[in-house]
Ligand binder design. Structure first.
Ligand code: ZN
Length: 105
């Protein structure tokens, strides 16, 4: 195995994946992936937990600097029911967008 790029390693050291994070607004995440961008910055992929507004949703390209370490250890993956609900919610938002309604969340 080749050594990790030091920028990636630094991000992993600073924002380890073995804990939980919060963002402004109180959403609760875990990090699932680290990516080195062309400009040399590191972004992370995060997943919303069962106590978030969009449980089960992954977000790519997030700046780890926007995350606050939470460390409560209570992050829980979404339940199957929540994943189904989220899927329906996103489908509904997609339908609204098709109708020209953009102010949805
Ligand atoms: Zn937490």
């Amino acid at each position: 195995m080749s050594a990790l790029d030091p920028r990636l390693q630094a991000a992993i050291d600073e924002y380890p994946a073995d804990t939980c994070y919060k963002q402004v607004g109180g959403r609760h995440y875990v990090i699932t992936e680290y990516s080195l961008m062309d400009d040399g910055s590191v972004t992370v992929q995060i997943v919303h937990g069962s106590d978030s507004t969009l449980p089960g949703v992954s977000a790519f390209g997030c700046s780890p600097g926007e995350l606050e370490r939470c460390d409560c250890g209570l992050w829980e993956p979404p339940t199957d029911e929540q994943i189904l609900e989220t899927t329906q919610k996103i489908a509904a938002i997609g339908e609204l967008r098709k109708l020209g309604v953009n102010d949805v969340n």
